[in-house]
Design a protein around this ligand. Structure first.
Ligand SMILES: Cc1ncc(COP(=O)(O)O)c(C=O)c1O
Length: 343
């Protein structure tokens, strides 16, 4: 098979041989009975890492987000989030389909909205004819906005606003690890400003599957029930929980290198006349750029023909994501391919 440089996403990362060894050696049991020892260790480690009372292992980030929203709301409630939020753009309409929710969308700046933008959207509790505002959702880092980090002061202010209005808060922290290694703010400090949090093990951390949600004990007890109801009860999954454990224990600090790769890539692209990119916007491992004078579909196809796989972001934007399975040499090669395609 042809070897591609794959910058479509950090989800393409593959389990290393050390991770596979940990999977091979994992103790297992029936997790639907709560008897898989490796899952139990993962959940308790994750609860501790996220500073929450309890945590639950689930197959995907989408399921983690959607279970959290379901537990926090009733049908007909409203969730406030950014217009580019993953829960709105990329989760197949699940807030409506699975939980009967409507979303109230904010045009954030690069995925980041302020308390001043949120407050006017909170519906008065006396207005029985309106949806009930129930949750404010924040994504950090923000995928579709290009890996942006939400400033902690902004998060604190939004969390305080939520408390003032008796609203819940949910953090889509699929890539909270990336934010954390840049800011030195721990995942637990980020999570402390939210009622519920979802994190992913299978993106930059390199596990083949798995996400975790966390919150207080009652919240996770109900999440456990919903996971089963939605067909997400899993059996001897210590084999995959072991990959997640390995990922959080070994692969968080290496994300710094992913961020360096993104900077090197952005720098290379900024020297190509046919590329529009704002270097300052590259905060973590995701970068967006616009190839000039060519449709992004044609550009993407030509890159693929030359051995480079790229993703698509917002309308007209190409998305490139760096990760542990792409080397600095391949990043330079990617720049050369793009320069050639645009020459
Ligand atoms: C910010 C964010 N949240 C949630 C998800 C969903 O994760 P999954 O693909 O595991 O369902 C993703 C996936 O890329 C994501 O980027």
């Amino acid at each position: 098979m042809k070897k591609f440089i794959d910058l479509r996403s950090d989800t393409v990362t593959k389990p290393s041989s050390e991770m596979r060894k940990a999977m091979y050696e994992a103790e297992v049991g029936d997790d639907v009975y709560g008897e898989d020892p490796t899952v139990t260790i993962l959940q308790s480690n994750m609860a501790e890492l996220l500073g929450k009372e309890a945590a639950l292992f689930v197959p995907s980030g989408t399921m983690a987000n959607q279970i959290c929203l379901n537990v926090l709301t009733n049908p007909g409630d409203e969730v406030i989030c950014d217009r580019d939020a993953h829960i709105f753009q990329y989760e197949s309409g699940s807030p409506a389909a699975l939980s009967g929710l409507q979303l109230s969308l904010i045009d954030g700046v690069r995925g980041i909205f302020t308390p001043e933008q949120v407050e006017p959207l909170i519906r008065p509790t006396s207005a029985y004819y309106m949806a009930r505002t129930r949750v404010i959702e924040i994504e950090n880092t923000h995928n579709r906005a290009g890996g942006t980090i939400n400033p902690i002061e902004n998060i604190k202010a939004i969390s305080a606003l939520a408390k003032k209005y008796n609203l819940y808060t949910h953090l889509d922290g699929a890539r909270i690890w990336n934010a954390s290694v840049v800011t030195n703010i721990s995942p637990a400090e980020y999570a402390s400003h939210f009622d519920s949090v979802s994190v992913c093990l299978s993106k930059g951390l390199g596990a083949p599957i798995g996400s975790v949600l966390a919150g207080n004990k009652d919240f996770v007890k109900e999440a456990f029930r919903i996971r089963k109801a939605w067909g997400g009860g899993m059996r001897q999954v210590g084999v995959i929980a072991a990959a997640g454990l390995y990922a959080v224990q070994n692969n968080i600090s290496q994300l710094k290198e992913d961020h360096e790769k993104a900077k090197v890539l952005a720098e290379g692209l900024s020297n190509i006349a046919g590329v529009n990119i704002n270097m300052e916007n590259v905060e973590t491992n995701i970068l967006m750029f616009i190839p000039k004078h060519i449709s992004i579909e044609v550009f993407q196809k030509k890159c693929k023909e030359t051995g480079l796989l790229l993703g698509i972001g917002k309308v007209g934007e190409i998305r490139a994501v760096t990760h542990m399975n792409v080397s600095f040499e391949e990043i330079s090669e990617a720049v050369n391919i793009i320069a050639k395609v645009l020459s």
